[in-house]
Write a protein that binds this ligand. Structure first.
Ligand code: DQQ
Length: 484
């Protein structure tokens, strides 16, 4: 029973029941945020995917809307309505998505009522009859925008023996598309998924946007059915090509923050959501009756180092209750401090730490009284200068041997003072960490009902300049009911 599942988040969006994956059709339309998502309402399994739909006025509280797209009884999307976007076609809300038939996906279009609640599929679907070439690994997912009085579209793909790519198209009317060429092509030949800068054999969910004069092409690296990790290129989009100047990791949680999509809202912010996949086994998922968590919405900006900086939208502060503020203190080398005033499985913790060279601080969350379960977030500064490391240890997160316990880590930019602005959001099985603008999302499945404690440990003295924590209110009244 999902409504009794202690792992179900209470302030992250989850589907009413069944399966959820990618965020789709993100838009801020007439003051309302629309979140569509890949959805199977019938079972907690990726099968015959629909488009679920939820709306919000504040990016915090969500309301379920009627299912937007249902796979056809026949036609090009009879096996699923896969990922896509929402665009404003002269006032007509229009979805561009991948219709799946057999093992193949092709671009389809649907137009919506003014309230975005009912959708009509275009009889001309699919609007692109075939991929532009035969030697490809896949052909799906869309990024669509208006440029110089025309529509432009990217479709995610990969060229066999070459690498992932995004095919560029152009159109006057969103129906008739002219193929322009590959916008940019990766290199699948020289890496494996173990190298976190390998871009896979296909780019899923391509998302092109400009931020403070830098062009960003985000995508998720995929290889023959395996979802690996989200990446982004920075560079220059000009004419029909993207000239990259760097490749970066979007979230250190790898597949736990997959298939992200972003939109620019009416406040001019770039708001990004990603799909937090499960890390428990299929039987547990089937029994729970729900799976997949939508990340908290993140505001993305360009950092001084030319990389994306991410933070949860400030609106989330509305859920904060019962503040605990410690003021400044020092954690001495080798010590371990239990923060008795802070406890729970729905928490927002914000701290400013100062690390001397060679020091590291470990924030422990979801720790049981006997310490047999604990999740550790570590930030460390090397003895010899340079970048630090953000690390998530899940080795003791759960006594359930079937729960994924692999660590996650990535580079942590540090200034000369070794200051770390760390924010950790704990929402039952969902964990989102932000450290100096870098993000790391993952899932944890503590089994013990008392795995609620929070503590802090240090190697080398660590100055805690402040630590503020809040219990987070749930966004649904009572446990999210399982529906239908
Ligand atoms: N999920 C969708 C695809 C996309 C993938 C199918 C990424 O359109 O490529 O549910 O998770």
């Amino acid at each position: 029973r999902a409504d009794l599942d202690p792992h179900r988040p209470r302030f992250h969006f989850t589907a009413p029941g069944g399966w959820l994956n990618d965020p789709n059709g993100l838009a801020h339309w007439d003051g309302v945020y629309h979140l569509f998502y890949q959805y199977n309402p019938l079972a907690a399994a990726h099968h015959r995917i629909h488009w679920g739909h939820a709306t919000s006025r504040d990016l915090v509280h969500w309301r379920d809307e009627p299912v937007a797209l249902v796979p056809g009884t026949d036609g090009p999307d009879r096996d699923g309505c896969w990922s896509g976007v929402l665009v404003d076609d002269g006032g007509t809300p229009t979805l561009v998505y991948s219709g799946r038939h057999g093992e193949r996906e092709l671009p389809c279009v649907a137009t919506g009522s003014p309230d975005l609640r009912s959708w009509r599929k275009d009889p001309a679907n699919p609007v692109i009859a075939a991929p532009p070439r035969d030697d490809i690994t896949a052909f799906r997912d869309h990024c669509v925008w208006r440029e110089n009085g025309k529509w432009r579209q990217l479709v995610g793909s990969g060229i066999r023996g070459v690498g992932g790519t995004a095919f560029l198209y152009e159109s006057e009317d969103l129906r008739d598309w002219r193929y322009v060429g590959p916008l940019l092509t990766g290199d699948a030949g020289t890496g494996t998924a173990a190298d976190l800068d390998w871009t896979g054999t296909m780019w899923e969910c391509v998302d092109l946007f400009r931020i403070d004069g830098t062009d960003v092409l985000a995508f998720s690296a995929w290889d023959e059915g395996a979802t690996h990790y989200p990446l982004y290129w920075t560079g220059r989009y000009e004419g029909d090509t993207f000239t990259p100047d760097g490749l970066h990791r979007l979230d250190y949680g790898q597949r736990y923050f997959y298939a992200p999509q972003s939109t620019r809202d009416a406040l001019g912010r770039r708001v990004l959501f990603g799909w937090l996949q499960e890390g428990r086994d299929e039987d547990a998922v089937a029994e729970a009756g729900w799976c997949g968590v939508m990340s908290l919405p993140r505001v993305v900006t360009l950092g001084a180092d030319g990389r994306l900086a991410q933070a949860p939208v400030p609106e989330l502060a509305r859920l904060r209750r019962e503040a605990v503020r410690t003021g400044a203190f020092t954690v001495t080398d080798g010590s371990c401090l239990r923060l008795d005033g802070v406890q729970g499985d729905q928490l927002d913790i914000e701290t400013t730490l100062r690390l001397v060279p060679g020091a590291s601080a470990r924030l422990v969350v979801r720790e049981s009284e006997d310490g047999s379960e604990r999740t550790v977030i570590e930030v460390s500064r090397p003895a010899d200068g340079g970048a630090g490391t953000l690390r998530l240890h899940r080795g003791a997160s759960s006594l359930d041997p079937a729960a994924d316990s692999e660590p996650r880590y990535g580079e942590l930019p540090l200034n000369g003072e070794g200051v770390v602005e760390l924010r950790v959001l704990v929402d039952h099985s969902a964990l989102e960490i932000f450290a100096n603008g870098r993000a790391l999302a993952a899932r944890i499945y503590p089994t013990r009902a008392d795995a609620l404690a929070v503590g802090i440990e240090a190697t080398g003295p660590v100055a805690v300049e402040r630590l503020d924590a809040w219990r987070m209110a749930p966004v649904f009244d009572g446990p999210r009911p399982l529906w239908p």
